[in-house]
Design a protein around this ligand. Structure first.
Ligand SMILES: *[C@@H]1O[C@H](CO)[C@@H](O)[C@H](O)[C@H]1NC(C)=O
Ligand SMILES: *[C@@H]1O[C@H](CO)[C@@H](O)[C@H](O)[C@H]1NC(C)=O
Ligand SMILES: *[C@@H]1O[C@H](CO)[C@@H](O)[C@H](O)[C@H]1NC(C)=O
Ligand SMILES: *[C@@H]1O[C@H](CO)[C@@H](O)[C@H](O)[C@H]1NC(C)=O
Length: 772
C-alpha cells in the first residue's frame, strides 16, 4: 500500500503545483484569498519570553500576517488555534518552530420505537439492569442542536447534575438556559465561528444562532442515545408506542456544530475541546468528512484526546454504501458504526391494472387515494429533461402528470423531494423505484402526497407493465405499521463498507446497529420531510442513516459505562464488538440488502450489537493510549504528525519494529502481499502474518478455548496457546495467532473468525483476509 499511495501523493503535489504556481489570474487570487486553517502546535516548545500560550499564538500569527483573524484557541483536545489565512501565510506559519501542522479546514456533513425491544433491553424483557450509576454518565452529542421542549428531555425523577459536570447551557436566540436545560439535558453549547468565517453570518430567518435545533437531526440523535421514556409516541400514527433512548437514565449535553451549510472542522474541534473539559463520558458524532489521514482529521484528533481521558467516541460509518472502501471515521480509537434494519415495517400495497400486486413501504398519512385505479405514467416519459425519470425539480410536464400516479427512479435528489416535485406538477401519487444502487433496500418516508417506495426488482416489473400496457393504471393502499418482519436485521444498502482505505490492517466498520426507519424526537421548526413546503409539525420523526445507528451505540456504551465505571473506552468497545452477532438464530449469516447475499466483515465488522451480552463479555481486548502511539509509529507517522494527533512529544524508537498487527484490536484484518511466481503468472503467497493479542478477564475465573474458522484452502490459522486459563478477575493472558496464506482465492478476499469460549461466554472476532 505504501508505494501506490506515495505515487498518488506525488501526482497530487504536481497537480497542486500546477494549480498554485501556474500562469494566469487564478493563482494570484488563490494566493491572497483566505481560508480557515487549524494550527497544531507543540505547547512545550513555547519560547521563554511568552508567559501565556495565547500571547505566543498571537505573536506567531502576527509574524506571518498583519490582518489574520483568530477564530478559536484550543487547549484540551489539541494545542493551537484556528485562523483565517492565505495559503502563503499558512506556509510561513508551518515553517515556524513549535508548529506541528497547519491543516486547511474541512467541511463535514451529517450522516443522514421499537429499537429497545429489538435489542432486548426493554423493561418487559427484564434482562438489562439499568444501574443507577448510569445517572452519572453524560452523553455528549455533536450535531444540529436540540429542541429542548420535547418530552425526551423531561427530567422527572432525576437527581442533581453530577458534581463533576463543568458544562454550561449557553443562551442565544430562542434558547433560554432557565427553560431549556434541566437535570436531563444538562448542557447545550453552539459553535459557529468557523462556519460564519467561511459562509457568512448564520441566517437567523432559517436557523437560530443558539443551541436550538432548526433541522431535527440533532434532536433525533440525542433522544436516540439517551432520551427519556415518552408514552404514546408516533409519527402521524406510524410506529406508535413508547419511545425511549438507549440510556434513559443518562444525562445529555448537546454541542451544536452543524448548520445549514455543513459542519466545519474548526467548530468541531472547539466543541470537542469544550466537551472533554465539561466532563462528558461518551461522545456521539453522526457526521463525517472525506477519507483523510488522522493528523488532518479534526474528528480523529479530538477523539484521540477524548479516548485518553476515558471517553468513548462513537461515530457513524457514513451512508456511502454499498460501494467498497466507502467508510469514514476509521481511526482505531473511534467506534465506527454501520446500519441495519429492525423487525418493523410500514407496508404499502400496489395493485396494477393487470391484477398484479406488489408491496412497498411508506409513512404517508394524509387523505388516501380514491378506491378506483388511477392513470399511471413513468416519469421518464412525461418530461423533456434527460434525467426526468429522477423527478428533479421542474422537470415534469404538468399536462402529462395531472391526476396521475407517477413512477420516479431513486437517486440524486432527496426521496421526499421527488414526491414534492410530482405533487407540484399536479400528480396524484408516486411510486419511487430503487435502482441497482439500492437494490431491495426500502426506506420509508413521510411523503407529502400518497407515495410508496419499492425495491429494484419490483420497480423493474412495474416498468415492464408500464411499457407493455396501452392505458396503464394503478392503486396504492397504505398498510400502517407491521412488526415481526423477518429476516432482521439486514445490512442497509447505504451503510458504508470496508475495506479501510486509510489503514487496511484495521478492520472497519466495528459493528452495526439499528439505522433504518428509526423513530425519535424531532424539531418544531421543520416538517418530517425537512422540505420547506412541508408545513406539518410532529414531535417525532422516522428517519434512516448511520446517523441513527451511531447514537444507539453511544447510548449502549453509556449503559456499559454506568455498569462498569472502571472500563476504558477500548474495553467498552471490545465488549460491544466481541458479543455482537454475525448470524441469525438459525445460524445463517446476516444478509446484505443491497445484494441479498451474506454480509461480510467488511460490511458489518463484528456484526450487530447485542447489548445484553455486552454487559458480561467474559474477556476484553484492552488498549492503552500508549498502544495507539505505537500504532502511529507503525503507520510511519513523523514526530510532528504524531504530535498533531496526540499532543505528545513522542518519537518512535528507531531500534524497535512497530507493526499495526501489534495493536490489541478486537477484530482482524490481514492484508497479504502477493508474490507472482512462475511463467504461468499464477499468484502464490507465502506470507505468514502473526498477531499477538492480550485478553483481560472481566468475568469469572475460567478456561477459554480458541476455535478458528477460515477457508483452509486459502489460509492456515494457528493459535498458540489454544487454551487460556484465567484464575482471577483482571488477569491478562496473551496469545499469538498466525495466518499462513496457502493460496490466493479467486476473488481478492476471504473471511473467517476466531472465537474464545469458556462454554458460557463467547468472545468472537471476525477475520478478513485480502490479497493485494
Ligand atoms: C521532545 O523529546 C525529546 C526527547 O525526549 C527532547 O529532546 C525534546 O526537547 C522534546 N521536545 C519538546 C518540545 O519537549
Ligand atoms: C391482488 O390483491 C387483490 C386485493 O387484495 C386480490 O383481489 C387479487 O386477487 C390479488 N391479485 C393477485 C394476482 O394475487
Ligand atoms: C419542456 O417542457 C416544458 C413544460 O411543458 C415546456 O415549457 C418547455 O418549453 C419544454 N422544453 C423543451 C426544450 O421542449
Ligand atoms: C416510454 O415511452 C416509450 C415511447 O412511447 C415506450 O416505448 C416505453 O415503453 C415507455 N416506457 C415506460 C416505462 O412507460
Amino acid at each position: 500500500m505504501e508505494v501506490p499511495r506515495r505515487k498518488w501523493l506525488v501526482l497530487l503535489m504536481l497537480l497542486l503545483l500546477i494549480c498554485c504556481y501556474g500562469p494566469g489570474g487564478a493563482s494570484a487570487a488563490g494566493k491572497t484569498s483566505k481560508k480557515t486553517y487549524i494550527v497544531h502546535v507543540s505547547k512545550s516548545q513555547m519560547p521563554a519570553e511568552f508567559v501565556e500560550h495565547s500571547h505566543w499564538y498571537d505573536a506567531s500569527l502576527q509574524a506571518v500576517s498583519d490582518s489574520a483573524e483568530m477564530l478559536y484557541t484550543y487547549d484540551t483536545v489539541t494545542h493551537g488555534f484556528s485562523a483565517r489565512l492565505t495559503p502563503a501565510e499558512a506556509e510561513a506559519l508551518a515553517a515556524r518552530a513549535g508548529v506541528l501542522a497547519v491543516v486547511p479546514e474541512t467541511r463535514y456533513h451529517l450522516h443522514t420505537t421499537r429499537t429497545p425491544e429489538f435489542l432486548g433491553i426493554s423493561h418487559e424483557s427484564g434482562l438489562f439492569p439499568e444501574s443507577e450509576s448510569v445517572t452519572d454518565v453524560v452523553v455528549g452529542v455533536l450535531d444540529t442542536g436540540v429542541w429542548p421542549e420535547r418530552k425526551s428531555y423531561d427530567d422527572t425523577g432525576f437527581g442533581p447534575v453530577p458534581a463533576t459536570w463543568k458544562g454550561a447551557c449557553e443562551e442565544g436566540k430562542d434558547f433560554k438556559a432557565a427553560t431549556a436545560c434541566n437535570r436531563k439535558l444538562i448542557g447545550a453549547r453552539f459553535f459557529c465561528k468557523g462556519y460564519e468565517a467561511s459562509m457568512g453570518p448564520v441566517d437567523e430567518s432559517r436557523e437560530s444562532r443558539s443551541p436550538r435545533d432548526g433541522d431535527g437531526h440533532g434532536t433525533h440523535t440525542s433522544s436516540t442515545a439517551a432520551g427519556n421514556f415518552v408514552q404514546d409516541a408516533s409519527l402521524l400514527g406510524y410506529a406508535s408506542g413508547t419511545a425511549r433512548g438507549m440510556a434513559t437514565r443518562a444525562r445529555i449535553a448537546v454541542y451544536k456544530v452543524c448548520w445549514t451549510g455543513g459542519c466545519f472542522s474548526s467548530d468541531i474541534l472547539a466543541a470537542l475541546d469544550k466537551a472533554v473539559d465539561d466532563g462528558v463520558n461518551v461522545l456521539s458524532l453522526s457526521l463525517g468528512g472525506g477519507q483523510s489521514d488522522y493528523f488532518r482529521d479534526g474528528v480523529a484528533i479530538g477523539a484521540f484526546a477524548a479516548m485518553e481521558k476515558g471517553i468513548l467516541v462513537s461515530c457513524s460509518a457514513g451512508n456511502a454504501g454499498p460501494g467498497t472502501a466507502s467508510l469514514s471515521n476509521v481511526a482505531p480509537w473511534i467506534t465506527t458504526v454501520g446500519a441495519g434494519t429492525i423487525d418493523r415495517d410500514f407496508p404499502a400495497y400496489i395493485t396494477l391494472g393487470n391484477g398484479m400486486n406488489y408491496t412497498g413501504v411508506s409513512l404517508y398519512s394524509g387523505k388516501p387515494l380514491p378506491d378506483e385505479k388511477l392513470h399511471f405514467v413513468y416519469a421518464g416519459n412525461v418530461t423533456n429533461s434527460t434525467n426526468g425519470n429522477l423527478c428533479m425539480s421542474g422537470t415534469l410536464i404538468p399536462e402529462k402528470v395531472a391526476g396521475k400516479i407517477v413512477l420516479c427512479d431513486r437517486g440524486i435528489n432527496a426521496r421526499v423531494q421527488k414526491g414534492a416535485v410530482v405533487k407540484e406538477a399536479g400528480g396524484a401519487g408516486m411510486i419511487l423505484s430503487n435502482t441497482a444502487a439500492n437494490g431491495e433496500e426500502l426506506v420509508a418516508d413521510a411523503h407529502l402526497l400518497p407515495a410508496t417506495a419499492v425495491g429494484e426488482k419490483t420497480g423493474n416489473a412495474i416498468k415492464s407493465y408500464l411499457s407493455s400496457e396501452q392505458n396503464p393504471v394503478a392503486s396504492i393502499i397504505f398498510g400502517g405499521t407491521k412488526v415481526g418482519v423477518e429476516p432482521s436485521p439486514v445490512l442497509a444498502a447505504f451503510s458504508s463498507r470496508g475495506p479501510n482505505a486509510i489503514t487496511p490492517a484495521i478492520l472497519k466498520p466495528d459493528l452495526i446497529a439499528p439505522g433504518v426507519n428509526i423513530l425519535a424526537g424531532w424539531t418544531g421548526a421543520a416538517g418530517p420531510t425537512g422540505l420547506a413546503v412541508d408545513t406539518r409539525r410532529t414531535e417525532f420523526n422516522i428517519i434512516s442513516g448511520t446517523s441513527m445507528s451511531c447514537p444507539h451505540v453511544s447510548g449502549l456504551a453509556a449503559l456499559l459505562k454506568g455498569s462498569h465505571p472502571d472500563w476504558s473506552p477500548a474495553a467498552i468497545k471490545s465488549a460491544l464488538m466481541t458479543t455482537a452477532y454475525s448470524s441469525y438464530k438459525g445460524g445463517k449469516p446476516l444478509l446484505d440488502v443491497s445484494t441479498g447475499m451474506a454480509a461480510t466483515p467488511f460490511d458489518v465488522g463484528s456484526g450487530h450489537v447485542d447489548p445484553v451480552q455486552a454487559l458480561d463479555p467474559g474477556l476484553v481486548y484492552d488498549i492503552t493510549p500508549d498502544d495507539y502511539i505505537g500504532f502511529l509509529c507503525a503507520i510511519g507517522y513523523t514526530p510532528l504528525q504524531i504530535g498533531a494527533v496526540s499532543k505528545r512529544n513522542a518519537s518512535c524508537d528507531s531500534g524497535k519494529k512497530y507493526s499495526v498487527s501489534d495493536l490489541n484490536y478486537p477484530s482482524f484484518s490481514v492484508p497479504f502481499e502477493t508474490a507472482t511466481t512462475g511463467a504461468g503468472g499464477a499468484g502464490s503467497t507465502t506470507t505468514i502474518v502473526k498477531h499477538v493479542r492480550t485478553l483481560t478477564n472481566v468475568g469469572t475465573p475460567g478456561s477459554y478455548r480458541a476455535t478458528v474458522t477460515a477457508a483452509a484452502e486459502y489460509v492456515k490459522v494457528t493459535v498458540e496457546p489454544a487454551e487460556l486459563s484465567f484464575k482471577q478477575v483482571g488477569e491478562t493472558l496473551s496469545y499469538t495467532v498466525s495466518f499462513t496464506a496457502v493460496s490466493q482465492p479467486s476473488g481478492t478476499s476471504s473471511f473467517g473468525s476466531l472465537v474464545w469460549s469458556d462454554g458460557k461466554h463467547v468472545v468472537a472476532s471476525p477475520i478478513a483476509f485480502t490479497w493485494t
